[in-house]
Design a binder for this molecule. Structure first.
Ligand SMILES: NC(=O)C1=CN([C@@H]2O[C@H](COP(=O)(O)OP(=O)(O)OC[C@H]3O[C@@H](n4cnc5c(N)ncnc54)[C@H](O)[C@@H]3O)[C@@H](O)[C@H]2O)C=CC1
Ligand SMILES: O=C(O)CCC(=O)C(=O)O
Length: 400
């Protein structure tokens, strides 16, 4: 029986790892994995020649070289929405801490150690005015990126009594269906920023969003005295531009999940240690979703929630002997080429499913009989083919 070798990188919740059965050998020190489950650590592909898939237990895939993975025919998955609520809750927790000076007031209370109760009470009542804060209700929030997290932050803004603007140039319909109609969809950054007291960033880090929050086209439009919140990724924010905006009172504060040399110790900046997704619930959700995606791919070649391959899923019928999957560049003639090679060898195709995402085509070909290795090799050597795989259906006890 074929066993798949799985490498885990970072601590992956046991609820997810427990879903791997005896067909999987799971080992954090595996050196030649076919599958990887990872959280935020950087993944290098050069050392793993037999790698078939990477499941990111989380949303952002900036720690994975996705383009290189595509070229090598490695499928990359993430777990959309699985940690969204954890981030939404922390955004408002941290904003509340910043607005109400909670952090400084806790420090103050710790400093009262050694006094008696009368003295403590006197100090508390005399000094608490130093920590006077302000409320969210009645203010305006602008949310940039209306994905799983941004939609949650926008809706929760309404529940906090705020007026909410949302901005996203490429929103997914499924996410927008979950957005409250009371959230105003802004048509430009300027429109979203003009009236915002709080600005929350929820887009992926990629070459288009690196340094997105900078003076030009962003901070120049901010309402003076706004608070900027970044629970997306550090490099989306240009640190020098934010420091300049704080120095000139354009921004009043910055709340970030990404500590850095320039941000630590700054009186107007509150940082948390990349904590957005760190709850038991979120870690369990992400791990179970990631492991299910990886198993479905390794065992059946099915793709659900891939960030680089088209999503496509079929169940092999009982009369299928061998499942062949072919990953190719999206170019004309690939289906005909594959069918002809199989036809020339008199291999009967029971079911052929093909899908493209505009860059990569993915074919699931269910065959009635065995597919000799030389046929697999012949398809693999055709121009435009990135990878060919024979799925060992016998691991389900259905084949000899
Ligand atoms: N602090 C933490 O622990 C966590 C951070 N994150 C970060 O949050 C990001 C968003 O997560 P999700 O909402 O789950 O992802 P998502 O994929 O559901 O949503 C991202 C949204 O950003 C939008 N977007 C892309 N470029 C944009 C631009 N230039 N301007 C405005 N919107 C833009 C997309 O159209 C999409 O709707 C992740 O990519 C990750 O980097 C996610 C989870 C935890
Ligand atoms: O796994 C983590 O702790 C980080 C989560 C995250 O940043 C993400 O899902 O993009």
């Amino acid at each position: 029986m074929k066993q798949f070798k799985i490498k885990t990188i970072n601590a992956i919740a046991k609820e997810g790892i427990g879903l791997f059965d005896t067909r999987f050998l799971v080992d954090p020190s595996e050196t030649d994995p076919e599958g990887i489950v990872v959280r935020s650590s950087k993944v290098e592909l050069t050392q793993f020649p037999n790698l078939l898939a990477i499941a990111r237990a989380g949303a952002g895939v900036n720690n994975i070289p996705v383009e290189e993975a595509t070229e090598k025919g490695i499928c990359v998955f993430n777990t959309p929405g699985a940690n969204a609520n954890a981030v939404v809750e922390l955004v408002y927790t941290s904003l509340g801490i910043w607005l109400r000076n909670v952090e400084k007031s806790i420090e103050f209370c710790q400093g009262l150690t050694g006094m008696n109760d009368d003295e403590i009470n006197r100090e508390v009542e005399a000094r608490k005015k130093k920590f006077k804060g302000e409320e969210m209700a009645g203010k305006t929030m602008a949310v940039f990126g209306l994905g799983k997290i941004g939609v949650g932050v926008a809706n929760a803004g309404l529940h906090h009594g705020m007026r909410v603007f949302g901005f996203d140039p490429f929103p997914a319909l499924d996410n927008i269906h979950h957005l409250s109609p009371e959230v105003t969809l802004a048509r430009s950054r300027k429109e979203a920023l003009a009236q915002a007291d709080f600005i929350s960033i929820h887009m992926p880090l990629n070459k288009n969003t690196h340094g997105y929050v900078t003076e030009k086209d962003f901070l120049e439009f901010v309402k003076p005295g706004a608070v900027l919140i970044n629970y997306a990724r550090g490099p989306i924010v240009d640190e020098d531009a934010v420091l300049a905006a704080l120095a000139s009172d354009k921004l009043r504060g910055h709340v970030s999940d990404f500590p850095s040399v320039k941000f630590l110790g700054h009186d107007q900046i509150l940082v948390t240690p990349h904590l957005g997704a760190s709850t038991s619930e979120s870690e369990e959700n992400c791990a179970t979703m990631a492991v299910k995606e990886l198993k479905n791919y390794l065992e059946f070649g099915n793709i659900v929630h891939s960030v680089n391959f088209p999503n496509i899923e079929t169940i092999p019928t009982v009369d299928v002997h061998t499942r062949l999957t072919v990953i190719n560049r999206d170019q004309p003639g690939m289906i005909a080429m594959i069918s002809n090679i199989l036809g020339d060898k008199h291999i009967n195709i029971k079911n052929y499913t093909n899908k493209s995402n505009g860059t990569v085509g993915y074919n699931i070909i269910d065959c009635a009989g065995p597919v000799p290795v030389d046929v697999q090799e012949k398809i693999a050597e055709q121009e435009g083919v990135l990878r060919v795989r024979m799925i060992p259906l016998e691991i389900r006890g259905r084949q000899v």
